[in-house]
Design a protein around this ligand. Structure first.
Ligand code: NDP
Length: 322
């Protein structure tokens, strides 16, 4: 029979949300066990400088920041482990989570902080220059390209929002749209069209990001005329959507049509009592390290209250039967 371990509070995921939940849960003596998942540290490990996280006046490198988060959680007593949740069974408490298809954890409470992954075009040059001018977060990295020309690909609300954000910092924003219309809401499109330094390229696909160790230009093609153009830019932002890492919870937890977990407003509570969600897996709007960390704190406090109430009920039951 597969090995079974019992824990009080299980945290799945190791970005700012998961580690913050671990810090708070440890300090509340919930003895949390955290499984890091495939990419320990999460999305911040593929960024460079982080300048918008309060408390780092000089900024900090994303990977270093996540090492610091981990160390802090460990110092508070969190049990941090390599491993990937591969299956869940939330039928009854204790909730069961399979790790690496090998062992099962039985947990009185579960905090889900599995994050989201940015979608990429899939070009080798995009991958090679990722973090060196190629980015999936304009709010994080736009500032490094002040007064420069940049490009952004995508035509949804995120792409429009990020193009508008960039237009306030950069000299010109070249916006690449693969069809002859945008998916974004009309109001966002209108704002883009009304911004003189955003130049929209319709029916345009990206062929390659050019540059050795930094972005120098992009090569694009008009998919109607097949005409190729090279546009000199210093950065290339990809805003073609995110994928919440929530497949594991399909059939158990309520999610929207894109797969984002649904939590009760103002809390981290999912539709299953004792199962909480925080960070990007339940946030398609803000998606910042600091908002993820804040929601990780909320989840740990919700878990603490939930476990406290359980213990209280258990004690009352024991007294009644004594
Ligand atoms: P969307 O899925 O809405 O849009 C993705 C965009 O990327 C589409 O225009 C799509 O093109 C384009 N795209 C996808 N793949 C490629 C590719 N390989 N090459 C070029 N372009 C590609 O994602 P968003 O992140 O924009 O939005 C997600 C959800 O969040 C939406 O519901 C949105 O409304 C919401 N949101 C709301 C905001 C707000 O209310 N302030 C802010 C941000 C997001 P195509 O249209 O051709 O498929």
């Amino acid at each position: 029979m597969a090995e079974i371990e019992k824990v009080h509070c299980l945290i799945i995921g190791s970005g700012p949300a998961g580690y913050t939940a671990a810090i708070y849960a440890s300090r509340a003596n919930l003895k949390p066990v955290l499984y890091q998942g495939l990419q320990p540290g999460g999305q911040l490990t593929i960024t460079t400088d982080v300048e918008n996280y309060p408390g780092y006046p000089e900024g900090i490198m994303g990977p270093q920041m996540m090492i610091d988060f981990e160390k802090q959680a460990q110092r508070m007593g969190a049990d941090i482990r390599w491993g990937m949740a591969t299956k869940v069974d939330f039928t009854n408490r204790p909730y069961k989570v399979e790790i690496d298809e090998e062992k099962w954890i039985e947990a009185d409470s579960v905090i889900i902080a599995t994050g989201a992954s940015a979608k990429w075009l899939g070009l080798p040059s995009e991958q090679r220059l990722n973090g060196h001018g190629v980015s999936a977060c304009a709010v994080c990295d736009g500032f490094f390209f002040k007064n420069q020309e940049v490009a952004i690909v995508g035509a949804g609300d995120t792409a429009c929002e990020e193009a508008l954000y960039l237009s306030k910092l950069c000299s010109t924003v070249h916006m690449l749209v693969r069809r002859d219309e945008m998916r974004a809401s009309k109001v966002m499109q209108q704002r883009v069209f009304n911004t003189p330094n955003i130049k929209v390229y319709w029916n345009t696909d990206t062929l390659e990001v050019l540059g050795e160790n930094k972005v120098d230009a992009i090569k694009v093609v008009n998919n109607h005329t097949n005409e190729e153009t090279t546009i000199p830019v210093k950065a290339f932002f990809v805003a073609i959507g995110h994928q919440p890492n929530s497949d594991l919870f399909k059939g158990w937890l309520d999610m929207d049509e894109a797969g984002y977990l649904i939590t009760q407003p103002g809390t981290s509570k999912t539709n299953i009592e004792g199962v909480f969600a925080c960070g990007d897996v339940q946030d398609k709007i803000y998606r910042q390290a600091v908002t993820a960390a804040g929601s990780g704190c909320t989840a740990a406090l919700d878990a603490e209250r939930y476990l406290g109430a359980l213990e209280h009920a258990h004690m009352e039951q024991q007294q009644a039967t004594a």
